[in-house]
Write a protein that binds this ligand. Structure first.
Ligand code: HEM
Length: 465
């Protein structure tokens, strides 16, 4: 009898599961949709996607081709692994292909955040941002601050075991705070850092507003950050005689800056800059350290470039624009690191109306995952794609080829690209000219959905000289 009950229970469960899967497939069996599977009601195929990562994508592509449907991260989604279509989607926001980032991200980064706005508002916010981080600004205002920050940040690392993941995260945030509001080592930055880390976690969570959830903590962190920034703006307005030279001063200077923003927009613009440059710059820096450790010939070439720059200078002379421009091999190392590690797997869009893409009909409100990871390993673009070979980037045409999506593309192409490269280059300059290092070993690296070392990446550092 007991056996009968167990068998009956298992059969009933199997039947229910099959019925649920079937029901979910039928719900989405609309004419014209791309092929693919939708998984379970509500959860879709999120678990498989997060667990198997790139392999899930490859399996589905093997079954259904470069364009398939799925249900991931709470939304029906069309995944595009077709390089030409990806390019088309990125270049054609105006046709109804707007950013489709998760609700938690929009709620926490603010409604004036660049990813939340479209059309003319996006153009205006982007213009205001580009003004702050233009090549002239980098040369005259930001690079001196970055240099000053990196020198101090990289002090006293010799004879220590350093968690380079932690150090590069701290570096990305504090260096930005210095550029934004000259804040890197003040009490406010101490207060700011833990709130910012909570904000980042919240943006990547399910939007469940219960006490204790990452989402609730992220919303709270946003509130705290907004009130810190509001206080700072008020203090600056009150003390008219003190002049500041930083991004906040530019944003507040409504006489000289042609982009006039409200306080709310200024605050969201600052959060955008902090957020967008944080994980990208820190992870690329950490992975560059990892690859340089594993490829001594590359490290030798990179160090040569930086020692030559140092030889032309006194020890206390900062890195200047012309030095930065001469770092050709360093730039190549940064591009090769971003490619091989795939710091950004893809970008998200959503359809504002029903539309036809490559012969398929995509309903309004569907998310499109413009998955660009695979193009980084295309042997036609990058012979021996799994080799870490920065020399390939010395041929400048590689940086301008049509299928380079490391920094996105179209009207949303990363406006912080050159600033990010300047930060990573200056970090590498002081790192390789001051130190040698070896990995302590045993640290695990995860590649998907984000590149990270779950328990940190520990290196034993000693002086180079
Ligand atoms: C190695 C460093 C970086 C990488 C790999 C990177 C990558 C990207 C990518 C792939 C996008 C496109 C997103 C999309 O299309 O939805 C993007 C957009 C963006 N990035 Fe970066 N980024 C980097 C550094 C920075 C820095 C330092 C800033 C600071 C200002 C920044 C600010 C932005 C902003 C504001 C956007 C949104 C632009 C828009 O929507 O118009 N990024 N970035």
């Amino acid at each position: 009898m007991a056996i009968f009950m167990v068998v009956f229970g298992v059969l009933l469960m199997l039947l229910t599961c099959t019925a649920l899967l079937k029901w979910n497939e039928v719900r989405y069996r609309k004419k014209g949709l791309p092929p693919g599977t939708m998984g379970w009601p509500v959860f879709g195929e999120t678990t498989e996607f997060l667990k198997q990562g790139p392999n899930f994508m490859k399996t589905q592509r093997g079954r259904y081709g470069n364009l398939f449907k799925s249900h991931i991260l709470g939304c029906p989604t069309m995944v595009s692994m077709d390089p030409d279509l990806n390019r088309y989607i990125l270049m054609n926001e105006a046709k109804g292909l707007v950013p489709g980032y998760p609700q938690s991200m929009i709620d926490i980064l603010g409604k004036c955040n660049i990813a939340a706005v479209h059309g003319s508002t996006h153009k205006y916010m982007r213009g205001a941002l580009l003004y702050l981080i233009s090549p002239t600004m980098i040369r005259d205002q930001l690079l001196p601050k970055i240099d000053c920050f990196m020198r101090t940040h990289l002090n006293f690392w010799d004879n220590k075991i350093i968690n380079i993941q932690h150090k590069t995260k701290e570096m990305a945030l504090l260096s930005s705070l210095k550029q934004i509001a000259t804040l890197e080592s003040s009490p406010i930055s101490e207060e700011f850092m833990p709130e910012f880390f909570k904000l980042v976690l919240g943006t990547l969570s399910l939007p469940i507003d219960f006490p204790g959830t990452n989402y609730r903590q992220g919303l709270q962190a946003r509130k705290n950050i907004v009130s810190m920034l509001r206080k700072l703006i008020q203090e600056r307005r009150a003390s008219k005689e003190i002049t500041h030279q930083d991004m906040l001063a530019c944003l507040m200077n409504s006489q000289e800056n042609k982009y006039k923003l409200s306080d709310e927009e200024i605050i969201d613009q600052i959060i955008t800059i902090l957020y967008s440059g944080y994980e990208t710059v820190s992870t690329t820096s950490m992975m560059a350290v990892k690859y340089l450790h594993d490829h001594p010939k590359v490290l030798q070439e990179l160090r040569k470039e930086h020692l030559e720059i140092r030889e032309r200078k006194n020890p206390e002379d900062p890195i200047e624009w012309k030095d930065l421009k001469s770092m050709r091999f360093t730039r190549a190392v940064i591009f090769e690191t971003s490619r091989l590690a795939t710091i950004v797997n893809g970008v998200l869009r959503k359809t504002t109306k029903e539309m036809e893409l490559n012969g398929f009909v995509i309903p309004q409100g569907w998310r499109i995952y413009v998955y660009t990871r695979e193009i980084n390993y295309d042997p036609y673009l990058y012979p021996e794609p799994l080799a870490f070979n920065p020399w390939r980037w010395l041929d400048k045409s590689l940086e301008s080829q049509n299928y380079l999506f490391i920094f996105g593309g179209g009207s949303r192409q990363c406006p912080g690209k050159e600033l990010g490269i300047a930060e990573i280059s200056t970090f590498l300059h002081y790192f390789v000219t001051r130190y040698r290092w070896e990995e302590v070993g045993g640290d695990k690296l995860m590649k998907f959905p984000r590149v990270e070392a779950p328990n940190g990446l520990h290196i034993r550092v000693s002086s180079y000289c």
